[in-house]
Design a protein. Sequence first.
Length: 125
Amino acid sequence: MAYKIIWEAKGLLVNFSGTVTEKEVMMVNDLIYGDKRFETITYQIADYTGAVDIQISPRDAQVIGALDKSSSRWNRSRVKNIVVTKDDKFIPIVKTYFREFEGTHWEGRIFDTLEMAYEWIISRN
């Protein structure tokens, strides 16, 4: 269980590694949403490519997504919410998470690589 939050000029990157649990993701979200910089970001990237075991269930994803939907009120920008993963078992869970904040001004996408995620961000600005 390890993570690193990197604040960038217009957004943030969270690198997860090792075993990732829903408690860790919720702890990271608390840190992000409690930071004043969150109010002005236009993207957030969660990079799971360094994770060896992702222990997040579909139900966990629904709860995290519902909390993120509530947090979208604090940032009215069209936030690009990106998950980077190649894990075929995790992708349906990410899609469950994205469904929870449909109807908000946030947009969710999954990419195989961090490079692809940044290319998409640049193309949408």
